[in-house]
Design a protein around this ligand. Sequence first.
Ligand SMILES: Cc1cc2nc3c(=O)[nH]c(=O)nc-3n(C[C@H](O)[C@H](O)[C@H](O)COP(=O)(O)OP(=O)(O)OC[C@H]3O[C@@H](n4cnc5c(N)ncnc54)[C@H](O)[C@@H]3O)c2cc1C
Length: 399
Amino acid sequence: MAIWVEVDLCDGCRRCVRACPYDAVEIREGKAHIGDRCTSCGACMEACRNEAILTDAQPRVVPDFSDYKGVWVFAEQRGGELHRVSVELLGKAQELATQLNQTVAAVLIGDGVAGLADTLVEFGADTVYLVEDAILRDYRTEAYAHVFKELVEAHKPNILLMGATHIGRDLAPRVSRRVGSGLTADCTELSIDPDEGILLQTRPAFGGNVMATIINRYSRPQMATVRPGVMEVVSAAGTQGSIVTHVTRVSEDRIGTKILEIVKEPKTHTDLTEAKVIVAGGRGVGDAAGFELLGELAAALGAELAGTRVAFEEGWIPASRQVGQTGVTVRPDLYIACGLSGAIQHRAGMMDSKFIVAINKDPYAPIFKVADWGIVGDVFDVVPELTAQVRAVCQVMCD
Ligand SMILES: Cc1cc2nc3c(=O)[nH]c(=O)nc-3n(C[C@H](O)[C@H](O)[C@H](O)COP(=O)(O)OP(=O)(O)OC[C@H]3O[C@@H](n4cnc5c(N)ncnc54)[C@H](O)[C@@H]3O)c2cc1C
C-alpha cells in the first residue's frame, strides 16, 4: 500500500504537516513530502484541501453483521455462587438490548450450577446458555475460553460483556483472540450509538485524565469488561427465560492445567463493592494512627474503611481497600472522604456514591466538586467530633 503527493496539486499549505500525528510530513521546496515515519493513517489526506495526497489503499469495508444478535453476559460463578458483577451486567445488558431490539442471554458455565439459571432470568436474561461438565467445575482459562468459542461460533452474539474480575480479566482477552474480535477492558459506561447501532465503550485513558469512547466496527461480538460496582443492579422480575443446554467438546487433554488445591483467603471484611457506608482516608490522615481514628468513625457507623492509592502505598490500608481507577469501584449510600484531595483517579471509583461527605482543610480541594456536604476543617478535629456525635445519636436511639 502506498501513499504519495501529486506535486502539481500541492500548494504547500502545511495543513498535512499539522494533521500528521507521526511527524511524517514536511514541506520541501514548497511541496509536501511524506517520509519514512508514515503509517498510512490517512490524516494528511483528510486535511488536504486540494486532494493532492493519494493512496492506492482500498477503503476498509464494514462486514455485514446482521446475523449477529443478542447481548450476552458471562454469568461468573465460583463454587456455585454467582458473582454480583454478572447481575450488574445483566441490568446494563437489558438497557442495550432494548435499544437494539434484541434479547439478553447469560452464559453459565460450571458443574451442578443449573440452579443459578432462575436468578439470571430474574435479573434479565431471556436465555441462559448452560454448559455443565465435571471438567468445568473450577475455572480454568483454556476450558472456559474453548466453551465460549464454541458458543460464539454457534449462536453469533452481537455484544459480549464480562466482569473485570480476576477471572474476567483472564478470560475475556483469550475469548476475544479466539473469536477474532476486539476487547475494551475496564469500561465505565456502555451505550448504543443511535445512528450506527454500535456499542460505545467508554473507559478512562491516559492515566484517567480523559475518557475515551471506543467502537469496534469490523468484528463481532463487540466485547467489553466492566469492573464490579460500576453498573447498577436492575431486576427484571416477572420475565420469562429459557435454558439452552450446550454440550462442550472440550476434553481434559486439551486443557493443559490441573487444579490441585484451591486456597481461600479468610474473608475479614465485607466486600467494599457491597458496603452501604464507607469511610475513606487519604494522605491528609497522616499515618496509621490517623486511620485508627477513621476506624472508630467507621465502627460507630457500621461502615467499611477504605482509602486512596496514597493510603495503600503508605501501608495504611490493604490493596483490596483502595478505591479508584486502579482500585475498587464503589457506590455506597454514604461515602465519607477524609483528608483526600479527590484526584480524578480516585473520583472515578466513588463518584456514583449516593451521598458524599468530604472533610478537607483545603476549601478548593477537588473532592468538594462531587460532595453533597463539605466540611472545611482538620480531620483530627472533625472526625473525633463526628464519631462522638454518631455515638451519642446511637445511644439515644438505643435508650
Ligand atoms: C494511572 C493512575 C492510576 C491511579 N489510580 C488511583 C486509584 O485507583 N485510587 C486513588 O486514590 N488514586 C489513584 N491514583 C493516584 C491519584 O492520582 C492521586 O495521586 C491520589 O488519589 C491522591 O491521594 P490523596 O488524595 O490521598 O493525596 P493528596 O492528593 O496529596 O491529597 C491529600 C489531601 O488531604 C488534605 N489534607 C491534608 N491534611 C489534612 C488534614 N489534617 N485535615 C483535612 N485535610 C487534610 C489536603 O488538603 C489534600 O487535599 C492513580 C494515579 C495514576 C497516574
